[in-house]
Write a protein that binds this ligand. Sequence first.
Ligand code: ADP
Ligand code: MG
Length: 694
Amino acid sequence: MSHIINVPEIFGTDVFNEATMRERLESETYHAWKQCISTGSALPLEVANEIAEAMKVWATEKGATHYTHWFQPMTGITAEKHDSFIAPTGDGRVIMEFSGSELVRGEPDASSFPSGGLRATFEARGYTAWDPTAFAFVKDGSLYIPTCFFSYTGEALDKKTPLLRSLDEISREAVRILRLFGDTETQRVKVSVGPEQEYFLIPKSLYAQRLDLRLTGRTLFGAPAPKGQELDDHYFGTIRTRVSSFMKDLDEQLWRLGILSKTKHNEGAPCQHELAPIYSDAGNACDSNQLVMEIMKKCAAKHDLVCLLHEKPFAGVAGSGKHNNWSLCTDTGKNLFKPGKTPRQNAQFLVFLAAFIKGVDEYQDFLRSTVAHAGNDHRLGVTEAPPAIISIFLGDELTAVVESIINGTNYTDPKKSLMRIGVDVLPSIPKDTTDRNRTSPVAFTGNKFEFRMLGSSQSIAGPNIALNTIMAEELGKFADILENAENFDAALQKLVCDTLTEHQRIIFNGNGYSDEWKEEAARRGLSNHCNTAQALPTYVSQKNIDLVTKRGIFTESEFRARYEIHMQSYKKVIAIEARTCVDMVLHQILPAAVHYSRDLAKSVIDKKAVGVTCKAEQSLLDRLSAACDRVYDKCQALSDKLAAIPEQTEAAVNYMSDTIVPAMETLREDADLLEQLTDKTYWPYPTYSDLLFY
Ligand code: ADP
Ligand code: MG
């Protein structure tokens, strides 16, 4: 195991990246590709042919025999179908072939992917098209071509297409603002994203014994272990050997694929870990995060571990999220959320800040709905993840600046009457003091915003599409005002001041876990959608439909189709969990308790026969039998309820949330009591102590 990794040498070796393209393509072809990327135009077929040929040669040198169009359908994970490069030569032999048209367009038989009703069955075909902004790579003997996935009629059926659309929108509007501040150089504003990925690792042999983990990704039953995370001895603790060899292996694979894996450490809960990459362009970050999740799972298997990406694998210990660090950066390398040194730079910073605050306030429901998902219902609002109420944490310094603008007072010198935007210098904002609040769903952390509501298993596409679109909309409105202003400075002052005043309610620096905040947020009129059934329907509000269609991110039918898919997915996930509960109770939990009860009863009879007291056995037997009866009744009740799920989507989602979920919870209470009362040798699957403290 002691092999030495030469990181710079292996980094990106499995990617057909820009350096490889420059090296392997004719200069004309390379420049034609560059041109297409910068203008967003289609690749001419001759160019595609040459790139395909070079890719094939490169990939076969790396051992690839197949190619696949790799895409991100609405399942939230990635999809691939592999074709070999072989072409018969007519004399019983084959050659390896790969054409430009095979590179740029594919037609997977995609009828089984969720489309939310967008594809009628008579036109079930879906098409994939190479996204030339994303590099092809070799993995497991195939050349992977990142693609967008759409229907015959051109409707997006994936998560990548709207993300790319939103990136164009935000760039266009941000550049308009930059021009107003005299920036003539920037051609494109990019969204940089760094997603921090949390996950659990448990032994494969134990995982295999739990039906709930195998079918649903989380434990549906399990009494708490005597020890939890109260000693804080896992967070940043020494990484055990088996896990560190997994991490080493994982890093190597990610680096080969050009993924900037940077930080790894143990997280709060036992068996919980985190990986953070260096941030990159949002499209790339989205692809990379999908690969990170997939490779984590595969790599864990090699080390006899299982990687759990579920938001809440274990009740009573912290669940897993994915902090989405988000900021805007010009193609000349300037971070637009970095407070500047000159009054002019600061004014520009404040415009971007005000637009962000306004957007998050106005579209809080939209943002919240993008993370509404069965697994995340166990996290949001519980005191380990942000509350379900959206608010923005700015930190003391920036809040003081905002307040001084709103109140017309000077931040640094109370004697001066007014903080004049574009004239005064902002106080410096130290990065380390901005990250104190861990309870905030959206936190300013020095030069970026950290959106912390995303669940660990979710694609990062959803919230990033929302953030980009909201921001594009607000920047666009600001640009309309400022471009037409007679006096730019006065208009700027008024715009920033009015915006901050109007949207101040979304700023909150306090403890998001407290009950006072819930009351205060309600007074401020902020939404508190505490579960998926409440949050998801707001996705398709008229306001959101207007926003996404106006911005060209989704057509109305694409948008509604997504809503339908998310609603259906919630319903299906809860139904699978509930059926698994019933299965485990009837086939494992009750039988175990019954066997143990029978042996206890025998013992009672035997002991009584010889005149020995058997108080313990008798008492245990009574408690076990009573709990068994309750478990049986509750299981039967759950089964009956499962048979009565309404047809209509909204009604079904509400039913799952209001009826099925509580029925599962109450069943679990008694089932977990059975676990606590039953001799461990009778218990049919590993307990929390076994799983978390192996
Ligand atoms: P933490 O949030 O744990 O304090 P850091 O702030 O160092 O950790 O970084 C967390 C993540 O934020 C990393 O993935 C990092 O690359 C990313 N990040 C840092 N700067 C930016 C930025 N300007 N835009 C987007 N992501 C960023
Ligand atoms: Mg963080």
